[in-house]
Design a protein around this ligand. Structure first.
Ligand SMILES: [Zn+2]
Length: 186
């Protein structure tokens, strides 16, 4: 990944039902914490280079209009999620793809700036987690997205075909029933 710094991305811990559904669908060990939280690092697509294994990328959507959720076919590792537009200026990378220890990660990209969507957490909203998303973080994200959009940081993207503007994979879309099984009570 290029140009990594605390100012270049948003590191968040998300407890939302969609992130939990994605983690359960993949069944990958260690993706969520005990309460269902997933750590995500939002960066611009142009910061990402897939140096190997691009053919292993697979695409899942939890619903017809859901986010694009990328993972690998080989070990079902979550890679990142993003909006479906080729001009979407962010990718939320999952903690697991950042192959560094916590200390090094903290030094490189800074601390977690938001713990959000606690109302979906397993066993109720954990202490220190916002039940939804605080306005400050939404604003920070908007500024970040705007900067990415207006400076063209959505391209080049390893997730979209530059010629056609389509995702590089056909998405598997879950049915309502398939998703409902993954998030009991939602
Ligand atoms: Zn989420």
């Amino acid at each position: 990944m290029a140009d990594v710094s605390p100012a270049q991305g948003n590191r968040v811990l998300c407890y939302c039902d969609d992130c939990q559904a994605f983690a359960r669908h993949l069944g990958t060990e260690g993706m969520m914490d005990a309460r269902g939280g997933t750590e995500i690092y939002q960066v611009f697509p142009a910061q990402i280079r897939l140096t190997a294994g691009a053919e292993q990328l697979r695409l899942l959507r939890l619903s017809e209009k859901g986010l694009l959720r990328w993972y690998t076919a080989c070990c079902r590792s979550p890679v990142g999620n993003m909006l479906s537009s080729p001009r979407s200026p962010f990718v939320g990378l999952f903690r697991g793809v950042l192959a560094v220890e916590d200390d090094a990660l903290e030094a490189a990209i800074g601390p977690i700036v938001g713990r959000i969507q606690g109302r979906f957490a397993v066993g109720g909203c954990p202490p220190g987690v916002h039940p939804r998303a605080p306005v400050g973080l939404l604003w920070r994200s908007l500024v970040f997205l705007g900067r990415g959009f207006f400076t063209g940081k959505y391209a080049p993207s390893p997730f979209f075909d530059a010629a056609t503007g389509s995702p590089v994979r056909e998405a598997q879309v879950l049915t309502r029933q398939e998703r409902a099984v993954l998030v009991p009570g939602s």
